[in-house]
Ligand binder design. Sequence first.
Ligand SMILES: [Zn+2]
Ligand SMILES: [Zn+2]
Length: 190
Amino acid sequence: MRQVSLVRPAPEGMGIMSIGVPAGSDVELDLRLESVVEGVLVSGTALVQLAGECSRCLDPISDELEVDVQELFAYEETDAFGRTRPGAGGATGADDEDDDEQRHLVGDYLDLEPVLRDAVVLDLPLAPVCRDDCPGLCPQCGFRLDDDPEHHHDVIDPRWAALGGLQVEGETGTTRTTSPTSADDEKDED
Ligand SMILES: [Zn+2]
Ligand SMILES: [Zn+2]
């Protein structure tokens, strides 16, 4: 078993729309390489830098993310045995998929990038926030609510304004019918 600690620059395009690993930033790898019958088992952790924007207030976010990495890199296959690959199981249609999922050592070279990419992308928050209780932006004017928690608008949404009107009419109607004095007043005016 071999223990490896190394720092590598992050590849391009490791992330999703709102957040990801800046290309060229440090990726710290702490890995164990274990020789097993089928190949080399790689396990350990990767620490990556994250940059993105808060899904609520759009402020820039920078963070770190540690992901677990575990992958078996199978030895390269030889044609000497007349087999295409172990475990293909004759399912001819699935050959391409097997190709994607089973990673192989190429000579002494072990391509960790796709493994790292999968681990990081799966662990990224779909809606990253700058902090858990980020109040976000005012839905009406886009004001950053964090700058003034008192911020609000008195304007009623036009779709609700109609309901507001109904309510006011109902209240006045009730007052009229249950108040005998107001009815008397009306008679006097006549
Ligand atoms: Zn925020
Ligand atoms: Zn506002």
